[in-house]
Design a protein around this ligand. Structure first.
Ligand code: SF4
Length: 256
């Protein structure tokens, strides 16, 4: 999509979102859609190069891992990926951020507005709460966690990513998992839990027990945004974090 068209679509979606969420907020800066150099971060966020050859649907779905794969290569591919309709509305793809040798891979649903603007996962109030939750059991994105999402591009108006969008993007996540080899997964929210476990149960049913994904323990819990809306969810979320810690402790890993 051309730069002007992307800007028009972005502005229309942002106006609709703001109107539905908080009432109209004027004066929000519109992102610069011109080509930009990759940004340096703790993680691997990259601004999509406008003129890069697009990757078509299916490119993200590798059945075998590329030779000499790397997080940087995955980030670069995600930045120019056209594998699903979410590419049309993104400002930046959000490949993930964190330690290159994580104990835990935290997997959310997909980028929100702030993440789309910054190229980083879980920023803003929900991200700050996630950092506090992880910190309560000695985990952090700086030291021993990698934080990613099921889809790397923002679904418009924060809708759930559609099943075909999740499937199109799963190859990137599987490549990240193969590189990072985490000791456990923490799925935050219904969508990542359902997507990774291949079930349709709600998060209330999926949380509180140890599942497995690719032979690695997986704990599901509430999304921090849900905790911000409903204080009563904080206690079961804390139980889930203690369960995660017990899994890690049982593997002989000392938490800080
Ligand atoms: S969400 Fe994933 S599959 Fe879809 S365009 Fe973005 S990187 Fe590609």
């Amino acid at each position: 999509m051309e730069t002007d068209a992307r800007r028009v679509v972005y502005e229309a979606l942002t106006l609709m979102e703001d109107t539905l969420a908080d009432g109209y907020r004027s004066g929000l800066p519109v992102p610069e859609f011109a080509e930009q150099a990759p940004i340096e971060t703790i993680g691997t966020a990259v601004t999509p190069p406008r003129a890069a050859a697009p990757l078509r649907a299916g490119s993200a779905r590798s059945t075998s891992l590329p030779k000499d794969d790397s997080l940087a290569a995955i980030a670069t591919e995600a930045a120019r990926c056209m594998g699903c309709r979410l590419a049309a509305g993104r400002t930046r793809s959000v490949p993930g951020q964190g330690s290159g040798r994580p104990l835990v891979m935290v997997i959310g649903e997909g980028p929100g507005a702030e993440e789309d603007r910054t190229g980083l996962p879980f920023v803003g109030p929900a991200g700050q709460l996630l950092d506090k939750m992880l910190g309560s059991i000695g985990l952090s994105r700086q030291d021993n966690c990698f934080i990613g999402n099921i889809v790397k591009c923002r679904p418009p108006m924060n809708r759930d990513p559609a099943p075909d969008e999740q499937a199109a993007c799963m190859g990137f996540l599987d490549r990240q998992i193969a590189l990072l080899r985490p000791r456990a997964f923490l799925a935050v929210g219904r969508i990542p839990a359902q997507s990774l476990l291949g079930v349709k149960d709600g998060i209330g049913k999926l949380r509180g027990t140890v599942h497995e994904y690719q032979g690695v323990p997986l704990i599901a819990t509430y999304h921090p945004a849900a905790l911000l809306r409903d204080e009563s969810l904080k206690r079961p979320a804390w139980e889930d974090l203690k369960l995660l810690k017990s899994v890690l402790d049982g593997q002989g890993h000392q938490q800080q």
